[in-house]
Design a protein around this ligand. Structure first.
Ligand code: MN
Length: 336
């Protein structure tokens, strides 16, 4: 018999109620939802007396815009984690691969008799834990953590609420894809003291001036292919490594939000050069859909994943080869 989400939340809360030593992990290149969710839950467990560490495998440091969320200093580099822990919690991470080098800890932990709780909202979640709170209809992992904290009867202080708000506001693209339930959750977070303007400015809109010349260089090379993506149109742009080197990862990640505002394109794609290879380069690819084309299917074809309207993958080749593969995959992606 498959359990319901409410039963899963109860089981997870029972597991957390006794937790005394917990490691919380976000996916590689963590975003506000992964890190905010991990820090919010970690903070509450720490306040209840547990030893808590929050970590992710790469890059070496958290994005600058998210560091302010770690008020209690819970972030620990992967090298400083213990051999194994009785309770491992993976957040916003659909597959072991998305944990990067830290994915191996899941098997190690299970073999040592530990529990692994997976909290996630990706449809592609592989349910690799011993306990799961997985709901693809949740707008953010932060929504599921909020429900778990309610089940635990936890008090939300401002730093905890701020972590959850950061995940919620980013994963809903500023509440554009937020259900009434998510708005009610936001109201509770504001009541706990969150300053929404400050969170949004810090997490989503805080760029150095170097952002503008970087955007200018990248957008000058943007192209529109009206016939691509099954006639819904494809807009794409390429961020070369030398251009990316002039700014932080936050500025590079912002490019897709500009490209996806193009009215003529049902799909937006940004290729971010991660490193040179003997032939071509390694690319991190962001895909966004305005609602007609399922971009998670196209990303999955290239070994990635994500959500129907926002997905990504890592792939290799020249930018032209990668674009060819994307055109082909978008040409046969399911329509929504
Ligand atoms: Mn998320």
């Amino acid at each position: 018999m498959t359990s319901t989400l409410a039963q899963d939340i109860k089981a997870a809360a029972a597991l957390l109620a006794d937790a005394h030593d917990v490691t919380l992990l976000g996916h590689v290149r963590p975003d506000a939802d992964a890190l905010g969710s991990a820090l919010a839950l970690g903070r509450v467990l720490h306040q209840r007396g547990a030893t808590v560490r929050v970590s992710f495998s790469e890059p070496a440091e958290a994005p600058e815009t998210l560091r302010g969320l770690d008020v209690g200093g819970l972030l620990v580099p992967p090298g400083r984690l213990p051999e194994t822990e009785p309770l491992l919690i993976a957040l916003d991470t659909p597959t072991l691969g998305r944990l990067g080098a830290l994915g191996a800890r899941v098997a190690t932990g299970k073999a040592a008799g530990g529990s692994v709780l997976v909290i996630d909202h990706h449809a592609t979640n592989a349910r690799y834990g011993t306990h799961h709170v997985v709901d693809e209809t949740a707008e953010a992992t932060a929504v599921l953590v909020f429900r778990l904290l309610e089940e635990l009867g936890a008090e939300l202080d401002e730093p905890t609420a701020r972590c959850l708000y950061a995940g919620l506001v980013t994963d809903t693209s500023g509440f554009r894809r937020a259900s009434p339930g998510a708005h009610l959750m936001a109201a509770r977070l504001l009541e706990a003291g969150v300053n929404p303007d400050e969170v949004v400015r810090t997490v989503m809109e805080d760029h150095p001036f170097a952002w503008l010349p970087m955007l200018s260089a990248v957008l000058a090379g943007a192209r529109l292919e009206p016939e691509a993506a099954q006639g819904f149109g494809l807009a794409h742009a390429v961020v070369r490594a030398e251009v990316a080197a002039s700014v932080r990862v936050e500025e590079v990640e912002s490019v897709i939000d500009v490209v996806r505002s193009t009215r003529d394109a049902g799909v937006a794609v940004v290729l971010k050069e991660a490193g040179p290879l003997a032939h071509g380069s390694r690319w991190q690819v962001s895909l966004r859909s305005t609602g007609r084309v399922d971009v998670s299917a196209a990303a999955a074809e290239l070994g990635g994943g994500g959500h129907r309207l926002a997905a990504g993958c890592t792939t290799e080749g020249t930018s032209d080869e990668v674009l060819d593969r994307l055109r082909a995959a978008l040409g046969r992606a399911p329509l929504l």
